[in-house]
Write a protein that binds this ligand. Structure first.
Ligand code: IPE
Ligand code: IPE
Ligand code: MG
Length: 258
């Protein structure tokens, strides 16, 4: 039985989020410049996007560049921006062919003009696609997103559009850059680091976390399948007890309450 065959297609996560980490070390281990690693990381993106689309995953969020990554050496930041633009240009026809819709979350005003322009065109060109939703987190950080949301809520309160007493989780979620997407059920981080690095702090509240030492440029569909199989073995309790979850599962099978 192949790894792919071991996946239960009835229990797929709707939304997978990935911290694509380890490009720099992958390159340095080969005696190469860090940009060489980013360049090879694009091949992994292609492979994983294809893998998710084939499985029927609805949402895939890829953490490509954090707001903190702007503080890296200029050579690396410039190289990454150029790679981004070049990749988008090349990939849009493939996204369209595969019915994949591109979305972007992050502080896009920090991007150089030429990159933002390319990105906006790609968003428009894929807007009618109805298959996989590919969300690129670019110049993104969760604290940026939360501060932004609070600011916008404050302005709407001031303008009389919402009453402070009416603010609840549903309202707050509408102000996040992920308001159109469900929360990720599975979050994967490559490269052997065990941290979240300012990624979707609110949205990952109940996500299953999966860490692998595989560096991002080596990450392929088979690794994705392993993560999904691991995810499917877990019991997601959302604060309830094991017994409650078991009873709910029984109800779903028999159609009668416990
Ligand atoms: C992830 O790889 C890509 C970005 C953050 C842009 P890194 O560049 O962080 O690679 P490591 O973690 O230094 O190996
Ligand atoms: C997180 O990786 C950001 C992306 C993968 C885009 P980093 O390499 O920037 O995170 P830290 O610095 O190791 O926490
Ligand atoms: Mg890193």
């Amino acid at each position: 039985m192949t790894l792919k065959d071991q996946i239960n297609l009835e229990k797929l996560p709707r939304h997978i989020a990935i911290i694509m980490d380890g490009n720099g070390r992958w390159a340095e281990e080969k005696g190469q410049d860090r940009l060489y690693g980013h360049f090879h990381g694009v091949e992994s993106v292609r492979n994983i996007v294809e893998g998710c689309a084939e499985l029927g995953i609805e949402f895939l969020t890829l953490y490509a560049f954090s707001t903190e990554n702007w503080d890296r050496p200029v050579h690396e930041v410039t190289g990454l921006m150029e790679l981004l633009v070049e990749t988008i240009r090349k990939e849009v026809p493939i996204l369209n062919k595969n019915n994949i819709r591109l979305h972007v979350i992050g502080a896009l005003d920090m991007l150089p003009d030429y990159a933002r322009k390319e990105l906006n065109e790609a968003l428009e060109m894929t807007a009618a696609n109805t298959g996989l939703n590919l969300v690129m987190a670019l110049s993104y950080s969760s604290r940026w997103e939360l501060v932004n949301a609070v600011k916008k809520i404050g302005l709407d309160v001031k303008a009389g559009k919402i009453q402070p007493e009416k603010i609840n989780q549903d309202v707050l979620e509408q102000y996040l850059s992920t308001s159109d997407f469900p929360d990720p059920e599975l979050m994967i981080r490559t490269s052997g680091e065990f941290r979240i690095s300012n990624f979707l702090l609110y949205q990952l509240a109940y996500a299953e976390l999966y860490f692998t030492s595989t560096r991002w440029p080596d990450f392929r569909k088979e690794h994705l399948y392993e993560a999904i199989i691991d995810f499917q073995k877990r019991e997601r309790r959302f604060g309830k007890t094991h017994q409650q979850i078991e009873e709910k599962d029984k109800e779903e099978v028999t159609g009668t309450p416990g």
